[in-house]
Design a protein around this ligand. Sequence first.
Ligand code: RIB
Length: 309
Amino acid sequence: MNAQPHIVVVGSANVDLTTFTDQFPRPGETIFGREFHLGFGGKGANQAVAARLCGARVSMVARVGDDLFGAATIQNFTSRGVDASRVLITPGVSSGVAPIFVDSSGQNRILVVKGANDRLLPGDVDAASDLLRQADSIVLQLEIPLETVYYTLRFALRHGIRTILNPAPGQPLDLAEVANADYVIPNETEAEALGGMPVRNVDEARACAAGLVARGVRRVIVTLGANGALCVSSEGARQLPPHMVQPVDTTGAGDAFIGSFACFLAGGCEEADAIERANVYAALSTLSVGTQMSFVSRERFEAVWGERP
Ligand code: RIB
């Protein structure tokens, strides 16, 4: 059991502009939204904060712009106890931003403008190689250039470091490169994009994940919301149960799952146990609005985990 695992996230940081609305304007039309929240987001940053809240030592390798959001993002990492010494400010570029729209059922629609995230290049990974070599796990997503993601996966493989790839936002990828990751964790739509087949239910998720494993991907965990999570490898498939809640805002729930899973697994939990715990941690994040600001503390998680039947 590793009491405090070290997780390094190589990924994105955005500022989330979340509007709560049930209607969307047509071209040329102005309408009113219900409510607005400004918060820190970005899939990479969210996963880093979730892992930190669960108890890991966390470092972030990222780029922000030389604007108000960039400085505030670095300050947010620091105040949350995430090591931001490898978060670089990129002159002349905006920080990543994400206008997000949440409807009354808690479902979200997200538009990401990558800004400085798109300037995180393999040279930045080399510059952080001393830090990366010390990591128990490296966590990656797709809001940075793909060449950087693939480069980091190869680096980690060479150095025997566990990697967790969240293929989000969903897009077709080079599976030969993806096969370098220890874990690939998509949701249904990301699994569809990766596997090139529809994923509308648990059976299709199983078929898609099995297809990816047959094409060389090592372990696939498909997060399925109210259906829990499905873990597929060459050893077979296993569905882990959900933690049922009435969601208010599901934005960032996938990030809560991945950050907490990385921490629980590197902390010594068995794979299935780490997945079940991450299901609970992610569900708790849907009970309040926002992304990082909806993530709960380790104490809150333990209280709920301990009350389960
Ligand atoms: O997964 C949720 C995140 O996606 C948001 O925080 C937004 O910034 C986008 O990256």
